[in-house]
Design a protein. Sequence first.
Length: 282
Amino acid sequence: MNIKDLFVKKKRYATIPSERAKQEVPEGLMTKCPSCRTIMYTKELKKNLLVCASCGHHHRMNAYERIASLFDEGSFKEYDQGITSENPLNFPTYEQKLEDIRKKTGLNEGIVTGEGTINEGPAVVAVMDPRFIMGSMGSAIGEKITRAVEEAVKKKYPFILFSASGGARMQEGVLSLMQMAKTSAALEKLSREGLLFISIMTHPTTGGVSASFASLGDYNFAEPKALIGFAGRRIIEQTIRQELPENFQTAEFLLEHGQLDRVIHRSELKETLANIIDMHQV
């Protein structure tokens, strides 16, 4: 053997997985945490309420996943499934966008409302779903929230709302903005009846939603590191000509400055809600 062969390493070439090899891994089997980059089995992540076991990052929950995680099995009854958005301003491509997102998500609108029991305590709930045009608030969402609040008043049940929204829906213009007043007026009626309203802000809760019903709870809670605010960081910095803190508009920042009552880990949420409902039973 030539002595040079002892010092020359053979080149190693990276192997490119074949299309067949790629197809053998089922889509959705694994999930990568966007925070710590840990790769985990999706099934295990769901068992852990979509919270990363490595860093505690709260992945987004859709409306039905959240309802299933909180309400007693078989107790939930949905309201107003037939209420859907239309196109009152004849906004271009809006109707097609709605049709496409309904097929993709299986939802008629960006919120699910209904009633059920949490550890046998009855409650009316509204859960926004960020998959539906980023949970943006249109006329149908305002109507469904208002009807759910009215049902809570009628039955003397507490009302729980999970917000997850980019704000008002631009395709409905001023009609979308009117939902801020409409829902707030319904919640004022709930308050006058001496009934409980619990608001839980999830990632993200912004714009007209954060400036109206999401901030009107008797208890205002949030999930860890949820983005909560009205205008975006860049707009605020340009307006006030100051650099904002790194954690600005996070749930923890708002808690520190008195705008939230508590930041609650998802694993503790059901027990917390059940205790509050029990404490306020009329």
